[in-house]
Design a protein around this ligand. Sequence first.
Ligand SMILES: [Zn+2]
Length: 198
Amino acid sequence: MSDDFPEFRVGSVLSTSFTGTLTERHGARVERIPTPARLQAWFARFDLAVARCSASDLDRAYALREAIHVAATARAQGAALPTDAVDLLNEFSARGGATAVLTDDGRRRWHLGSPAAVDAALGVVAADAIEIVAGARPGAFALCASPTCRAAFFDTSRARTRRWCDMNTCGNHAKKARLRAKEAHAGEAHGGVTRHAF
Ligand SMILES: [Zn+2]
């Protein structure tokens, strides 16, 4: 059944991977977590498996996602952070209650309570967003160069020259568009020569 839904985008930054569950915001929008079950699958994919997800959990997830998107976009544009978004990020972080656990093999995992609660998982996502919006991690926000996307992503490249939120989708579309333009141009030039020859 999961094949019927758009795939997740899996980036290295948790909170912008979360905002990446809604893509093509300025084109034909692609909702990658359209149902509670898909939100649950998304959490599991990011090692935040929760016991269950309800419709109201999904609504809260959308609210957090929008707040992160707005705050990250403001950061990318060098604008002031909208107060509503700041308040929401703080609320979700406070409601969280997840515990960081160090595993025997030296990795961090999150304990989300028993049963593992959606609010705890959203709290981890909110805390991750707060960390990068506050500049506590090396990197900088930028907006995707694709005009139909314009997603705010967190650029951790050394020179901060990343242009697309996702190389496999937006980056690839741009590459293909350039190639098509080049081919069309070559075709025109060829056609011109042919007409001239006749
Ligand atoms: Zn993009």
